[in-house]
Design a protein around this ligand. Structure first.
Ligand SMILES: CC(C)(COP(=O)(O)OP(=O)(O)OC[C@H]1O[C@@H](n2cnc3c(N)ncnc32)[C@H](O)[C@@H]1OP(=O)(O)O)[C@@H](O)C(=O)NCCC(=O)NCCS
Length: 186
């Protein structure tokens, strides 16, 4: 089993759509495809990190990290949001999602990113280094208010010291494409 991961180019467009349809099948796949294709063009989230995974040459996974802003003028940190991540159903649980996250984090470190956020599955992202509850632990709110029972799902990965991250917290403002309340309800 050979897994290859690389940055996407315009030529991968059709594969990216197919991957996300196959990953989010029956979970609003068309909405995710629109989100993905819009994010790829969204100037407010650039430079983005968009990676595609191939299993034995077949396109099976895709991840996007877009640049975010903090609504606190004192905060100069470079922050990113991970969303979305998808692995085609038949190829899940082979470690492909994890490899996409790790490779993405490697690229974000090269870009000198300070902290990465994700709103997602509680049992999944901590496996790959995300820490639950960015609101209580470091004081960073999500773009839209999250109900308290879902606070844990708003997670972060510090790439610099926690002291620096905690100095000037604020609300994490995502790229325009994701700036819709509907994307932040769970
Ligand atoms: C979530 C997803 C990207 C994981 O990709 P993957 O390649 O299967 O993940 P990995 O192989 O790296 O990790 C698998 C592990 O995560 C667990 N896992 C996978 N999806 C999970 C989920 N939704 N909730 C909790 N745990 C999950 C698996 O049970 C497995 O655990 P194990 O190692 O203890 O057996 C993939 O399942 C997917 O595309 N799901 C549909 C789309 C989606 O929900 N994307 C995330 C949006 S936040």
């Amino acid at each position: 089993m050979n897994i290859e991961i690389r940055e996407t180019t315009k030529l991968d467009y059709e594969d990216i759509i197919k991957i996300n349809r196959g990953a989010f099948k029956n979970y609003g796949e068309e909405e995710i495809v629109t989100l993905v294709t819009d994010l790829l063009e969204d100037e407010t989230g650039k430079p983005i990190v968009s990676l595609i995974a191939f299993l034995d040459g077949k396109p099976v996974g895709h991840i996007i990290f877009t640049k975010a802003k903090i609504d606190n003028v004192k905060n100069n940190l470079l922050t990113y949001i991970l969303a979305p991540l998808g692995v085609v159903k038949e190829y899940q649980k082979l470690g492909i999602g994890g490899k996409l996250i790790n490779e993405g984090i490697k690229r974000l470190k090269e870009l000198k990113t300070d902290v990465v956020f994700v709103l997602g599955h509680l049992d999944y992202y901590p496996k790959y280094g995300f820490i639950k509850n960015a609101i209580k632990k470091i004081g960073y709110e999500a773009t839209y208010d999250i109900p308290e029972e879902y606070y844990d799902g708003w997670m972060y990965m510090p790439l610099i010291s926690m002291e620096e991250i905690k100095q000037n917290p604020g609300r994490v403002i995502c790229a325009d494409t994701m700036n819709k309340k509907a994307y932040w309800v769970e």
